[in-house]
Design a protein around this ligand. Sequence first.
Ligand code: PMP
Ligand code: GLU
Length: 390
Amino acid sequence: MLSKRIQTLSPSLTIAIATLARELKAEGKDVISFSAGEPDFDTPVAVKDAAKASLDAGHTKYTAVPGTPELLQAVADKLKRENGLTYATNQIQTNNGAKHSLFNLFQALIDDGDEVIIPAPYWVTYPELVKYAGGTSVVIDTDDSTEFKITAKQLKTAITAKTKMLILTSPSNPTGAVYSEDELKSLAEVLKGTEVLVASDEMYEKLVFGDTKFVAAASISKDMFQRTITINGLSKSAAMTGWRFGYMASAHTELIAVMNKLQSQSTSNINSITQDAAIVGLNGTIDAEVEAMRVAFEARCQEATDLFNAVDGLSVVKPNGAFYLFVNIKEVSNDSMQFCKDLLEDQGVAVVPGVGFGSEGYFRFSYATDLETIKAGIKRIEAFVQKLKA
Ligand code: PMP
Ligand code: GLU
């Protein structure tokens, strides 16, 4: 009965584990979850107020498929002001979360047999959506020795005549790695003269630490601007996961036009109230709240990194952004799925196995929760690792 295509699709492992942890908690089990990639903060008040005003103004009808003119202008203004990128409003589409942006993008670009280069560890969704569109993922492996970043040489080796696209995620889910301007330039140099497009997932743009500077891939050069599709949203930076708001922008107006055609036949416009609220999320009104969340994440990152590195048998590279640690467990386990299952059973701690992100020998720890919980969780993980080492 079911299509072959749907039968090859795997469910999101991050969502599966977060759901399992929630269910165990509901059964009364003492479970601490570090599995979900979701800020623990509430959505800023100004965004909520904009949603209430939107309802009161009766903005409850269909809108234009890619978004209202006001929202598209707010996205264009944001990209200009914060990233130095000039996009016209017909070069932008808004979506039901950035996951939906990726879905539309891959459906619009990938033909059967096209290759998509994905650096590992990768966010679980990329290879599944590539496969669903008929494409083949070509994975470039990285590890903690290069802070989980690919090199120009690796990229060059991975490109073939079939390569359609490279997916770049900076800051990265699941490692928190951030590409510097120079690193992006060296990747851009490899792409020059090729037809390879870049899907630049900039979801964690606002969450960078220390003197790390976020650089948008499309801002590297004119050549990169032409080949890059910029993808972003408010889920992580503005604590708006449930609102479902993402967007993408491309210099290729015709690409946005065909994705509007696809969206007109699938979801139509995104929620009209979310659109009004997103304008406030994008236009600088909530900068102070976003910065306060970033500062909290940075403190948690430092604390959690130090605590993990003090555990005999575990190690972690301190990331420069996002809200994840990708913890190395190779000294105690070569089966991250088993490690995570046993950890949940033994200590009631939920983390996501590295194998789900394409890298065996690690787990992902989301520190998007309060410091006390982080400390308590790492203590339990330490107790579990001590047992493994005993
Ligand atoms: N890209 C990355 C790198 C993510 O981590 C996520 C969600 N965790 C998304 C995109 C999708 O976000 P959204 O909730 O807006 O669909
Ligand atoms: N993307 C977030 C994560 O990595 C949320 C879950 C999901 O969308 O897969 O945990």
